[in-house]
Ligand binder design. Structure first.
Ligand code: NAD
Ligand code: ZN
Ligand code: ZN
Length: 337
């Protein structure tokens, strides 16, 4: 099978032939149809974060495909079922986080395309209990971005407290942000979209943002505060300046939801203003299997639009550059069919 492999944090990925892996008793072997390119894959391949993946590894945690083989202990899936392989490859299932609906906080978790091989390949292994079924009627090219960009921003909007009557700022209208904006609208909030490219700002308008702010030419926090400040800001742009601007946009009682993970990400909090303003800073990591099932249902009934461009897996290195330069419409998806 063909797979894109990270062999060094400083060199391009290698697209190579590998043996199709053998399935373990609790696992499924998935014939990957589509695989989204999340900015996290770029952080992973470059070793940007304090905890690094061990080399070599196959990135990819927006994998959609058909069950091609299954282990003896997997009895709830059939060969041919369409499933998603998301960031949460496996959790312990027993700790307080797992049993209270916060499996994404499990200390014993494994992550697809990071601690275990992911979906930048024609076949991928996954734990049978942690794949999520993709309902009929959801296009596999849409399902891929929903498996991380979708579920992550759906969860971020959930924890942000967005509801009718609130104002939500989405900082960064990329793979994650174009969906965050739509979920904020689904939750009934007034929306402000922020980005630094003309195309992304135009996309935000097309997707129904109430206000757009060009961070190249405007003081984001000043404009947001002029509108009354925001009840929630969702930080999706990969730099500290944007995180700062999102925090500074909050009105009293507002929440900053941190999602982007820039290398050396830092936010200095002014304690006095934070306390008197009753503000909150929330870290939000992906979403649960149930969140993803909800994301698929929301998409199935036509409430979200996935903006994506398809690519071949051989183009992976050029794709990374395109994402970093901001020239991608929203999400790139490898079509492996
Ligand atoms: P992306 O590159 O598709 O999107 C980033 C967007 O930010 C782009 O549209 C870019 O033009 C815009 N931008 C750049 N500078 C800006 C600025 N100063 N102000 C406003 N916008 C600006 O990336 P993505 O795939 O959407 O991922 C975003 C981040 O989220 C990454 O760091 C990724 O690792 C992280 N992530 C976190 C989670 C989680 O669970 N917390 C899950 C997935 C991804
Ligand atoms: Zn991701
Ligand atoms: Zn656990």
């Amino acid at each position: 099978m063909k797979a894109a492999v990270v062999t060094s944090f400083t060199e391009p990925l290698r697209v190579e032939e590998r043996d199709v892996p053998a399935v373990g008793p609790e696992q499924v072997l998935v014939r990957i149809e589509t695989s989204g390119l999340c900015h996290t894959d770029i952080h992973a391949a470059r070793g940007d974060w304090p905890v690094k993946p061990s080399l070599p590894f196959v990135p990819g945690h927006e994998g959609i495909g058909l069950v091609a083989a299954k282990g003896d202990l997997v009895d709830h899936l059939r060969i041919g079922d369409r499933v998603a392989i998301a960031w949460l490859a496996q959790a312990c299932g027993r700790c307080d986080h797992c049993v209270s609906g916060w499996e994404t906080l499990c200390e014993a978790q494994q992550n697809s395309g990071y601690s275990v091989d992911g979906a930048y390949a024609e076949y991928a292994l996954a734990h049978g209990e942690y794949v999520v079924r993709v309902p009929d009627g959801v296009d596999p090219l849409d399902a891929a971005p929903l498996a991380c960009a979708g579920v992550t921003t759906y969860k971020a909007v959930k924890v942000s407290g967005a509801r009718p009557g609130t104002r939500v700022l989405v900082s960064g209208i990329g793979g994650l942000g174009h969906l965050a904006l739509q979920y904020a609208r689904v939750f009934g909030a007034e929306t402000i979209a922020v980005d630094v490219t003309d195309a992304k700002l135009a996309l935000a308008e097309e997707l129904g943002a109430d206000h757009v702010i060009d961070a190249r030419t405007s003081d984001v926090a000043a404009v947001a505060r002029h509108l009354g400040g925001v009840d929630a800001a969702i930080a999706l742009a990969v730099n500290n300046t944007a995180v700062r601007a999102a925090y500074d946009s909050l009105r009293r009682g507002g929440s900053l939801v941190l999602v982007a993970l820039p290398e050396d990400g830092r936010l200095e909090i002014p304690v006095f203003d934070h306390v008197l303003g009753g503000k909150k800073v929330i870290g939000s990591i992906v979403g649960t299997r149930e969140d993803l099932a909800e994301v698929f249902r929301i998409h199935q009934r036509g409430a979200t639009r996935v903006i994506r461009e398809t690519r071949r897996l051989d183009e992976v290195n050029a794709c990374f550059e395109q994402v970093l330069s901001g020239e991608v419409t929203a999400r790139l998806v490898f079509d492996l069919r």
